[in-house]
Design a protein around this ligand. Structure first.
Ligand SMILES: [Zn+2]
Ligand SMILES: [Zn+2]
Length: 734
């Protein structure tokens, strides 16, 4: 980009919730680059601004314009392409441009920090005496694990890579250094090319998908890899990544928030050596910045990360992959609201490159785009092993006495599978001991002081917890209403299920995986490691276990309680239930034995349950899609939601009434439905009352026209600490 030196005014974006940019003067001798950050005087203090454009005349009077302070960067931190993408996001999602632009930067650069050259420490292994190696192996298995990981990498491991092995890596590395087993050096890793021997052979479907995609590459195109669990989608991704690397192109590979497990990282490392950087929210700001910088400089060719890694800068991006594209964690629900899948498609379009979405249970939106032939559609319907994913069998739990949440038949099946030295997965998406505490006398229930939600009993903590705001209180000894001491708990959570199963199956290990029992990535990796070693085991877990992991020894899976989804007020509940059911049932039978999958329900005759028992995902998706079409819901309509929260419901509603007033003329003219304001489903949350106003319409253009006409007036309605409002375009829930 050529430097410009004659202009003396520039517009800057600043990360504040205002829908405008700010003009400052810059000294004429400076080299001025779009996309660099400046320290700017702002109000009484200073702010960081991103330079967007230069011009010869200022928007305000010359004598009132302030001068920008120092420039913080030598090179742009945002490319013109990313600035254009952010500008599109700001326009499409109706979010303030400054906030969107800074959201596209790694956190480390969002404040007035100077860029630092990335100089990363790499630990390498020394040649070890046999005796020392044996001592480490015997006395300290965790040090041994680190040592092995370092030895296996061709050019050493850096801090974030070591952290992926063990989050307490610091102490372990220090001990290994003291023993002279390892040493560190400042260096950039050489890009290693691994010799690819014994690549897994592609089956016919995989090979067809791969070659068709390959022939469509080199221009903008959206591809959906719609493959049953265990059908080898990852292998297809890997071939396409290799294909890009051969052409010296970079790849962004996005996974859901909890999909970035050591299992996937190990697979990527095994295949591509150290050619990748990892970025996710558990890393420090500095580590995220390092990953971003290494990718930007082309030192690594693959960016493997969660949602925000989409904004990684690259001069030669060739492909974007979005794994588990249906996953809700791609939608950012706070701060800047956007959907990473949809923004990724826009980015691919702007760069004229292909994008690949993958899932065993694609979103209805993506399936709809395939049916309308907007996307290329590839189906993988076979597993490389002999066994198909099991069909879901319903267990009718009406008139059945459950023991620890399990029907007698289910217990019998668990017993059978464990007896065959196999592993069993029980899915219960409710943590804690029991979800309801009630007075047996008057029916009083323990409700959170700050939310419209019941408190959950956590017996191990001897406390009642709110899962929405974190409020905790001791377990009451008497009813809050009538002082009766006969307080009982109802329902079952994973903590109780674990205890029950330990009692019922004392001779088998029982592993629980949920947010209470897993506090770090290591815990998770350790339990997964134990499972993968094989041997009979009963695994209990919440949605943390439902995705992306491969457990070859699981031969049976069961969903214990799915009935609440049948009566949810959310129109997406049935789609989510079906996706979960297929993800969970797909965990079993992936090894060399056939699997079984069960679902307990009190409503076996419900059409959705019947559909689950008899059909495949695509048929059910068709049924749900038809329902949505009839009701006029997405994907047949777009939804824009205005949400407000305040210390009283009245204040929240009044704010939305103001917004509705601004919309009124336009909605009438374009015949777009405006529903509300109404109280949100969960009206009180974390001490604040919430209400919403919904614009819904089948015609995107009309909806956009309404917003274009009304937003200038709406933007002037202040969002304050007392009464906050936000707009959520393509809201996932009504
Ligand atoms: Zn009572
Ligand atoms: Zn609460």
């Amino acid at each position: 980009m050529p430097g410009k030196s004659l202009n003396c005014f520039a517009s800057f974006a600043i990360a504040i919730p205002l829908y405008r940019v700010f003009d400052y003067s810059i000294e004429e001798h400076q080299q001025v680059l779009v996309g660099t950050r400046y320290r700017l005087p702002f109000g009484q203090g200073s702010r960081t601004g991103l330079l967007l454009a230069t011009h010869n005349s200022a928007s305000v009077q010359r004598d009132r314009i302030k001068a920008a302070d120092e420039c913080l960067d030598q090179l742009p931190v945002l490319s013109e392409h990313l600035i254009a993408l952010a500008t599109w996001m700001s326009d499409y999602y109706l979010q303030p441009i400054g906030e969107v632009l800074f959201q596209c930067l790694p956190r480390y650069l969002r404040t007035a920090r100077h860029e630092k050259p990335v100089r990363v420490k790499y630990w390498r292994a020394n040649t070890l005496e046999l005796e020392l190696r044996e001592t480490i192996e015997k006395r300290s298995p965790r040090q041994h694990q680190i040592l092995l990981a370092i030895e296996q990498s061709s050019c050493g491991l850096n801090a974030s890579q070591l952290k992926a092995v063990n989050s307490n890596w610091h102490g372990l590395v220090r001990s290994l250094e003291a023993k002279k087993a390892i040493r560190w050096e400042w260096s950039k890793p050489q890009s290693t090319t691994t010799t690819l021997e014994n690549l897994p052979e592609l089956n016919r479907e995989q090979a067809d998908a791969f070659s068709q995609m390959e022939s469509n590459f080199g221009r903008f195109s959206v591809h959906l890899l719609d493959g049953i669990t265990g059908s080898g989608k990852t292998e297809v991704y890997f071939r396409l990544i290799q294909n890009q690397l051969d052409q010296h192109r970079q790849v962004i590979y996005l996974v859901p928030e909890i999909g970035l497990t050591s299992q996937l990282v190990e697979r990527v490392r095994h295949r591509f050596g150290e050619q990748f950087a990892i970025s996710h929210s558990a890393l420090t700001e500095r580590q995220q910045y390092e990953a971003w910088e290494r990718f930007r400089q082309g030192e690594v060719t693959i960016m493997l990360g969660t949602r925000s890694s989409l904004f990684s800068q690259s001069a030669r991006l060739g492909l974007i992959i979005i794994d588990e594209e249906h996953d809700a964690s791609y939608k950012q629900e706070d701060g800047i609201r956007y959907h990473a899948r949809d923004v990724a498609i826009k980015r691919a379009q702007m760069l004229d490159i292909p994008i690949l979405l993958g899932s065993a249970t694609p979103s209805l939106e993506s399936l709809n785009n395939c049916q309308r032939e907007h996307y290329y559609w590839y189906r993988l319907s076979q597993r490389p092993t002999r066994y198909e994913p099991p069909r879901i069998q319903l267990i009718d739990t009406r008139n059945v006495r459950k023991e620890h949440g399990c029907s007698p038949y289910l217990l019998q099946r668990i017993d059978h599978h464990l007896g065959q030295d196999n592993q069993v997965l029980l899915y219960l998406n409710r943590r804690g001991f029991a979800p309801v505490i009630m007075c047996h006398e008057c029916g009083w229930q323990s409700i959170c002081r700050y939310c419209d939600a019941r408190l959950t009993l956590h017996q191990s903590l001897n406390r009642l917890l709110c899962h929405h705001c974190g409020f905790a209180q001791p377990v009451p000894s008497a009813c809050g209403e009538c002082d009766n001491t006969d307080i009982r708990h109802y329902g079952i959570g994973t903590e109780q299920l674990e205890q029950g199963m330990k009692k019922r199956f004392p001779n088998y290990p029982v592993l629980r995986i949920d947010r209470d029992s897993i506090t770090s990535r290591d815990d998770f990796a350790r339990k997964m490691g134990a499972l993968r070693q094989g041997g009979p085991c009963l695994l209990i877990g919440t949605q943390m276990i439902a995705k992306g992991h491969d457990y070859p020894a699981i031969t049976m899976s069961a969903i214990l309680d799915a009935d609440q989804a049948l009566f949810s007020a959310s129109y997406r509940a049935s789609e989510r239930l079906v996706q979960t059911a297929f993800q969970v049932s797909g965990r079993s039978g992936r090894g060399d034995q056939a699997g079984e999958a069960y679902l307990q329900t009190d409503f076996p005759d419900h059409p959705l349950m019947q559909a689950l028992a008899n059909q495949d995902y695509r048929k059910i998706a068709d049924t749900i899609t038809r329902e949505r079409k009839m009701l006029g819901f997405p994907p047949y309509a777009r939804v824009v939601m205005f949400r407000a929260d305040a210390l009283s419901l009245r204040q929240a509603t009044e704010k939305l009434d103001e917004i509705k007033h601004c919309l009124a003329a336009s909605t009438t003219r374009h015949q777009v439905k405006c529903i509300g304001p109404i109280p949100a489903l969960m009206t009180r949350r974390i001490g604040r009352y919430r209400a919403q106003l919904c614009l819904i319409g089948p015609d995107t253009h009309k909806l956009r026209s309404v917003l274009r006409e009304s937003m200038p007036a709406i933007e002037s309605i202040k969002s304050t600490q007392k009464v906050k409002w936000v707009v959520d375009v393509d809201a996932l829930d009504l």
